[in-house]
Design a protein around this ligand. Sequence first.
Ligand code: SF4
Length: 658
Amino acid sequence: MPPSANSQQRPPLLTKSRFKRALECPTKLYYAEQPDYANQSLDDDFLAELAKGGHQVGALAKCYFPGGEDLTGLSPDEALIRTIELLQRDTVTIFEAAIRHEQLMIQVDILVKDGDHYELIEVKAKSWRQDDGNFMKRKGDGVVKKDEPYLCDIAFQQVVLERALKTGFIDCYLMLPNKQARAATDGLNSKFRVTADHQVIVSDNLGESDLAHGLLAKVDVNQSVEYIRKKMEFHGYFFDDYIAIAADALQKGERLRGQISSTCKTCEFHCTSEEGDHGQQSGFRECWKQELGWQDQDFEDPLVFEIAGFTKVDELVNANKVKLTDVEESDINPKGDGKPGLSRSERQWLQVMKVQQGDSTPEIDIDGLRKEIESWTYPMHFIDFETITAALPFTRGRRPYEGVAFQFSHHVLNADGSVEHADQFLDTTPGHFPSFDFIRALKGALEGDSGTIFRYADHENTFLNLIHRQLQDSDLPQAEVQELCGFIESISRSSKKSERQWCGPRDMVDMLELVKRYAYYPATRGSNSIKNVLPAVLNDSIFLQEKYGKPIYGAAGGIPSSNFSDWQWIRMVNGQVQDPYKLLPPMFIDIPENIDELLSDSDSLANGGAALTAYARIQFTEMSEYEREQLRGALLKYCELDTLAMVMIFEAWRDKLN
Ligand code: SF4
C-alpha cells in the first residue's frame, strides 16, 4: 500500500537529520528546534559536502539507474504526492522519494520498486574497499563504530519505509565510492559541475565508458542494519523504540535529558559572548548547570576536554572530575618513554599542573632544543602542502579518493639569519591531475643544497609516500619515475605499509614533534595546531615582536615574499599580538563570516578546512575568472603564512638559545 500524504498539519517531523542529532544526544533534539538557543553547527552543508565531493557522488549514482524518476527540486509536499503516484507502478526507480509515516519523514536517495520488493539505497561520499565488507565487526558481534552513523541513517529509513509501505521486503544498500576501482576515462569529476544554486549539472559528454569499472559500489548492509535494530541500545532504548521516544518528544516540544560526557566537547549549542549579548541562550550552559549544579563562573575554568591527546576523558567525567583543577597525578600517571623531551603523559601532567599552579609561562626545554638545532644544516627549508582526496578521479586509471597534491609553499632560512619565501606552487586547473607537476616543482625547489627540511605533522611525509606509489603506477617514462621517486626517498621515510622501506638522508624534521617534546605554551590550552601555537609563540618572543613589528615582509631590502608587500605581521590589540591568520583577507567572501572562520580553522572540518574547500570550489563549481583568481590569491597567502609560521617558531627557539 502506498503511503498517504497528510500535509495539512505540520508539527515538527522526525527527519533523518533530526534523528541523527537525537542519536548524538537526546537533548540536542530540543535545542535544535528552539530559535532562542545559539547553534554553532556548520549548517552550510553545501560547502562541507563540496569538499568531500558529495554532490558529484550523488549525481553519479543516479547515472547508474537510467530511467529513474528524479524528484529533486520538488517541495516536500509535491515530492510526497509524486512518490505516492509513482509507487502505484509495478516497477519504478525514484530519486529523492519522499515517504512519510505519522511523525516520521524521509527522502530516500534511490528507491527501487520491483513488485512487492524494495531496494533502499543510500548514497554517501564515504570511501569503501572490499575489506570493509558490510561494516560488521569481524566476529559479527557488532558494527564498526565509526560507520555507525551511516548505518543508523539507513536503519531509520528502513523503519519509516516498513511502516509507510506496510511491507518487510526492503533490502538496504549503501552506494559508496570504491577505492579499488579505477576511472575508465579522463576528466570524470569535471563532468559534474555544481552551480551557484547548488544544482549539479551533468555534462552531455558523460558516456557509458565513464560509468565503466564500477566506481561506485553497491554494498548490501542488511546484516548490519538488522544488528542495529535488534541488538543495539541507544540512550537506554532499542533502536525502533528510541525513534518513537524521539518523535514523541519532538512533537510535544519536550526536552529529553542528555548525559554530560566527552560528546559535550563538540556540542554545537554553546553561545559566543557576542551571541549572549544579543539575547541568545546557551544550551551547553543550561545542561551543565542542571546536571552539575554549576554557576556562571564555573565556565571560566579549563576543562578535562582540553588535555592534549587524553583518551580517558569520560572516566574522569564519570568520576565527577570535570575541571583541570580536579585532576590528580594518578589520573594521568605520567611516565617517561625513554626518548629525549617530554612523553605524552608527562606533557599532559605538565598542562594540568600549569593550570593548577596558575602558571601561564611557557615551558621550553632549552637544552633539548639546543641538541636538536645543533644537528641541523643551513640553509633550512620549511615546507607545507595543501592536498585533497577527491571522491571522483581526475584522470583515467586513478581511483576514487586518491590523494591530489595541488599546492606547496617553501620558505628558506639562511645561516646569516636571512629569510625568504623561496618558492610556491599552485595548480587549480579544472580536471587536471596536478600531483606530478607538484613533485617536479618541489624537487626543483629543494635539490639545490642539502639543508634540513621541516614539515609540521605527518601530512607531508604521507603525501610523498602516496605520490611515490602514484609515480610507480603511472605512464611516465621510467627514467623520470626513477628520478622523482629517488628524490622522494631522499627527503622522506617510507610508511610502515610500503613494500619498499627507506629513510632518506634529508628525511624531513617534524616541527610538531619538536613542539610536543620540547615546548609547552599554556596559552594554546593543549592544542598543538600551528594556528594556535603561532600566536602563543609570538606573544612569548620579544625577538619576533621587534622583527615582525616593522613592515619588512615583502619590502625592498626586507624579507622577500611572493604574495605580500610591506607587510607588518605583529599588530598589538589590548597588549596581545593579534593572530596573524586573522589579518588575512577572508578566504570566502560570499559566505557568512562564522562559516569562513570554521573553514579557516584546520581543526574544524574533519577533511582539512579552507584550502581544500577553496580548491574544490574552483574545480567543481561554476565561477567567473575573477572569482577564481580571488580564491587563488587567498590560497597563496594562507599557504605562505603556514610556512612563515614554522620559520617564526624556529626563530623564537633559536633566540632563546642565545
Ligand atoms: S551540552 Fe552535552 S548534554 Fe547538553 S545538549 Fe550538548 S551534548 Fe547534549
